[in-house]
Each structure stands twice: as C-alpha cells, then as structure tokens.
Design a protein around this ligand. Structure first.
Ligand code: NDP
Length: 264
C-alpha cells in the first residue's frame, strides 16, 4: 500500500503533551486562548499581575477542564528578572514551554501632543518589549530542543492608525516586525513565530468603547462582518498556529478582523 499523502487531520491540531504559556490570560482574549489551547490537549500556564484575579481564573478553568491541566504564575511581563525567574520555574515545575502566546497588553488613549513620556514607555514596554523578554526566555530552551511555536497578539492598529492611541499603534506595528525578526533568527532552530492581528473585540480593555454609542456605531460600520469580534473568534486561528497544522507558516501576521483591513 502507498503512503498516505495527507496526514491524519485531527492529529494535525492535537496539542496533547504540549505546555502552552499564555501571558495576560487572567481575563479576556488571553483567557479564551488558554482555554482553547487546553481544549486541543495542551497543558496551559496562565499569567497576569493581579494574583487574586489569576487565582479566580485558575479555579474556574480547573473546574471546567479538570485538575492538573491549568497552572498559574503571577508576574509582570515588563520585568526582565521576573520573566526570567518565572519561565525557569514553569520549565522546571510544569515542563518545557512548547507554545508561547505573547498576549499581555495595555492601551492608553491620549493624543500624542498631550501624552506623557512615561505613558509612552509603559505601553511600549507592555505591548512590545515584553514579547522580546518572554520570547527570548522561552526561545533559549526551544532552540536547544529544536522546536517551538510563538504567537504574538498584534492588532489591526499595526496596519491602521486611529487617532488617540499612538503608542499602542507603534507597539503593535513593532510587534509585527519583531515577529518577522524572531522568525528570521529562529526558523532554522525549528521555531515558528507568527502573529494574530485582531480587529475590535469586546473585552474589559474595550468596554468603554462598546458602551460609547458613537464608537460602537463606527466599529459596526467599519467592520464588514458588522459585529464586534469575541475572544472566541481567535481560538481557531491560535490553535492552528500552535499546532503541527501550520508547520510551514513562519513570520506571518494573520488578521482576524471580520474584514476590517480589506475595505476602505
Ligand atoms: P484585557 O485588558 O481584557 O486583558 C489584559 C490581560 O493582560 C489581563 O490578564 C492583564 O492582567 C494582563 N496584563 C496587562 N499588563 C500586564 C503585565 N505588565 N504583565 C502581565 N500581565 C499583564 O485585554 P484584552 O483581552 O482585550 O487584550 C489582550 C491582547 O489582545 C492585548 O495585547 C491587546 O492589545 C490585544 N488586542 C485586543 C483587542 C480588543 O479589541 N480587545 C484588539 C486587538 C488586539 P493584569 O492586569 O492582572 O496584569
């Protein structure tokens, strides 16, 4: 009998035996991605700064997924020493990180002419530098093992510039090019680095925008899908990028935006 040309499809998306670290996963998009990756079989590691919120999320996911599938480590992704220590602990206590999702992020809505430099730095540190710090920490052991997947959560703001969120736009644009730089350096070590660029998703980060009637109408009019996205909309693309199904995809940004970036 000849060898099958197409691999076993369910196995392509199976993450059993993989440890996935999702930064900023105590709520919102990160939490949904953690639950989705666990649904594909991964053991997941949650993260956030607020230990109480993290503990509540751990309890909720434990109850849904069964004990032992979810772990939680509170640390600040902008703190170089804390990142190094936490990643070392995760790799010893849970296992080598096979999938990293750089998801932690903040927004600060102030026009550039009024923006304090400290706020510029805080957004750049959280939304861009953190991906370098956590990415570098996991890549060192991924390179030794010859495999690994890194998914950076960018934004449509990496492509479109809406007034009032300058540092966020700059950070997310930088995250897309950092994705290419990481892929270029690490592809030969068996590591894939890709980005997901979500459109407007209803989460705590965007709650004030959802509640603002004018902004809400702008999002619905500007998005061909005519709705806000949900964190669940990102789960399928993230599982694909985390799994063997995307084995030949590297350095790319996949827009998950209901078509927002293809219309003028
Ligand atoms: P939320 O504000 O709902 O959640 C942010 C998460 O990041 C929380 O778990 C928060 O926990 C954590 N976090 C923030 N700062 C740090 C830090 N310094 N160290 C560790 N954890 C941190 O945001 P969303 O779920 O909406 O967004 C998640 C990602 O998706 C962000 O990168 C965002 O830019 C991106 N995105 C969101 C879109 C949207 O429409 N919602 C659209 C496009 C992209 P804690 O505060 O306890 O640290």
């Amino acid at each position: 009998m000849s060898e099958p040309l197409v691999p076993d499809v369910p196995a392509l998306f199976d993450l059993t035996g993989t440890v996935a670290l999702v930064t900023g996963s105590s709520r919102g998009i990160g939490r949904a991605l953690a639950e989705g990756l666990a649904g594909a079989g991964a053991t997941v590691v949650l993260n956030g700064r607020d230990p109480d919120r993290l503990a509540r999320t751990l309890d909720e996911l434990d109850a849904r997924l069964g004990g032992g599938r979810v772990h939680a480590y509170a640390f600040d992704v902008t703190d170089e020493a804390a990142v190094a220590e936490a990643v070392a602990r995760v790799e010893t206590e849970v296992g080598p990180v096979g999938v990293l999702v750089n998801n932690a992020g903040v927004q600060h809505r102030v026009p550039l002419v009024d923006l304090e430099a400290a706020d510029w730095r805080r957004v750049l540190e959280t939304d861009l530098t953190s991906a370098f710090l956590v990415g570098r920490a996991v890549a060192r052991s991924m390179i030794n093992r010859g495999s690994g997947k890194i998914i950076n959560i960018a934004s449509v703001q990496s492509d479109l510039a809406r007034p009032g969120i300058g540092p966020y736009t700059a950070a997310k644009g930088g995250l897309r090019t950092l994705t290419r730089a990481m892929a270029a350096e690490w592809a030969r070590s068996g590591i894939q680095v890709n980005a997901l660029a979500p459109g407007y998703l209803a989460t705590e980060m965007t709650q004030a925008l959802v509640d603002d009637a004018d902004f809400n109408a702008w999002v619905l009019g500007r998005t061909p899908a005519a709705r806000w996205g949900t964190p669940a909309d990102l789960v399928g693309p993230a599982v694909w990028l985390a799994s063997p199904a995307s084995a030949f995809v590297n350095g790319q940004t996949i827009f998950v935006d209901g078509g927002m970036t293809v219309v003028v």
